[in-house]
Design a protein around this ligand. Structure first.
Ligand code: ASP
Length: 487
């Protein structure tokens, strides 16, 4: 470590200061201005008595650019691939020129030179031996996080913070599935204990790239698109963090889509299941599966906005709280098609549903909602690509009707199933609207129904008004939950 004006305090009255993982997404490190904001957020965490550990994505759009580099090389356009790569290197160099002074700038220049040289070599191999694509793709795409984490570590130091760079490939150990590798938690914990924990215990701030790792044999791997949230959770779990903060460009999960409901507001706390339901309906805040390692260990995950660092954001943890209104958010999804199959032979017969779902399975089409009566089944799909083939196959089972132009609306909240009168309140708010399908009970955290697409905005607005635009929500613990559920 070189001279720094601030060292995060390793202990408070003999007690180790809590470790907090701060994971920054691509937009949070998009340019020098964003990186300076990151430095202030990290400083505030350290000054506030925490030991920050920083995980960063590549600068925004860099991963897309690197994938483009690979595609061009595979198609035999090595020069074109090299041009795109040169552009990406230049973008980092320009950012460094604003953020760093000598000798740090020279240090980063060396990192850039090495990355560029490596990629040039790899591109030639990929273009000649396309069979190496997946493993070399990981090597190339990993450069995004490699460069961003080096640059961020140096710029934190330039801002007087005691940061040190950690090669994520030394500590995030995975299996061998290139481009979607599965992390190995025991190996990761051991690597962190050896390479990261001692420095962190002394008040140094570790900075590493998300998304990337390596196999036990040292080959670079990646965790799948959007995988740096996953890295944040893995780092938090390995270090026993008190909290994992996912810094992004939105202030957490909202009570409804703000493009439809201008009064939508941030939800302070969600259970893991609630977050998973909302993510499914397109709340692109994070993919909840990626934070499972943290939630399974009882580490809360907070979504924060790097442009509004003082906003509280949304905390996701294993507490299952019921809000006073019974629901916490209203999600919706347009572009839904209803498929109905009527068949007298379904009456009292078995094997019918199996045959029906087998058709969807065969055509790799996922089904969202299912409702059955004695003689018919209605279900929804949101990807209509295979519907002509599906309809033709379903014809063998009964009379088929397909109707596009619907939307799914989903009220989300823990314990929804057990809250007396909630369905009445929901549908009471929608009198006069035709409801095409209803599904409740498959999970205790949602009530889902289907309306015509032309009604959906009105439905979401009316529900939001009914449930959220009266007095502010409070929360109460679920009756049986002192019991903390493990997700
Ligand atoms: N940079 C990677 C991606 O764009 C990983 C991430 O940002 O989470 O998918």
């Amino acid at each position: 470590m070189t001279g720094t004006s601030l060292s995060s305090k390793p202990d408070r009255g003999g007690q180790a200061a809590p470790i907090v993982v701060l994971k920054f997404g691509g937009t949070s490190v998009a340019d020098p201005k964003a990186m300076r904001r990151v430095a202030e957020i990290v400083r505030a965490a350290a000054v506030g008595g925490n030991r920050p550990v920083v995980v960063t994505s590549a600068m925004s759009k860099v991963t897309d650019g690197l994938l483009d580099v690979v595609r061009r090389a595979v198609a035999g356009h090595v020069n074109g691939a090299q041009d795109v790569m040169d552009g990406l290197i230049e973008r980092h160099r320009a950012a460094a020129a604003e953020l760093l002074a000598e000798p740090a700038r020279r240090e980063f220049d060396a990192v850039l030179g090495e990355a560029s040289g490596n990629v040039t070599d790899l591109l030639r191999v990929v273009s000649r031996h396309p069979g190496t694509r997946l493993s070399l793709q990981d090597e190339i795409v990993a450069q995004g996080e490699h460069l961003a984490s080096n640059l961020l570590a140096l710029s934190l130091r330039a801002e007087g913070l005691p940061a040190f760079w950690v090669d994520a490939r030394k500590v995030i150990i995975t299996d061998e599935q290139h481009t979607r590798a599965i992390p190995l938690p025991d190996e990761i914990a051991a690597a962190f204990a050896q390479h990261v924990a001692p420095e962190v215990a002394q008040g140094q701030i570790a900075v590493l790239g998300g998304f990337i790792g390596s196999t036990l044999h040292g080959a670079t791997t990646t965790l799948g698109r959007g995988g740096s949230d996953y890295s944040g959770a893995l780092v938090g779990a390995a270090l026993g963090a008190a909290e994992i903060q996912i810094w992004t460009d939105v202030s957490g999960f909202l009570t409804a889509d703000p493009r439809v409901v201008s009064e939508a507001r941030t939800i302070a706390r969600l259970s893991y299941d609630e977050a998973a339901e909302l993510a499914y309906f397109g709340a692109k805040v994070l993919h909840p599966r990626t934070i499972l390692p943290a939630v399974a260990m009882g580490i809360p995950v907070r979504i924060c906005n790097s442009r509004e660092p003082d906003a509280a954001g949304t905390t996701i943890d294993d507490r299952r709280e019921v809000s006073a209104q019974g629901i916490k958010a209203i999600a919706h999804k347009r572009g839904v098609t209803i498929v109905q199959v009527k068949a007298a032979r379904m009456l009292g017969a078995y094997g019918f549903l199996h045959a029906l779902f087998e058709v969807f399975d065969r055509h790799r089409t996922s089904v969202d909602i299912v409702a059955t009566s004695e003689v018919s089944v209605s279900l929804t799909v949101d990807d209509p690509t295979a519907l002509p083939a599906i309809t033709s196959d379903l014809g063998a089972l009964g009379e088929v009707q397909v109707e596009a132009g619907y939307a799914i609306v989903c009220a989300v909240g823990e314990g929804l199933r057990n809250t007396a009168g909630i369905a009445g309140r929901i549908f009471g708010a929608l009198s006069g609207t035709n409801i095409a399908l209803i599904s409740q009970g498959a999970s205790s955290t949602n009530l889902t129904f289907v309306v015509s697409e032309k009604d959906v905005e009105d439905v979401v607005k009316r529900l939001h008004e009914r449930f959220f635009e009266s007095p502010a929500p409070t929360t109460a613990p679920l009756a049986e939950a002192g019991a903390r559920s493990k997700a």
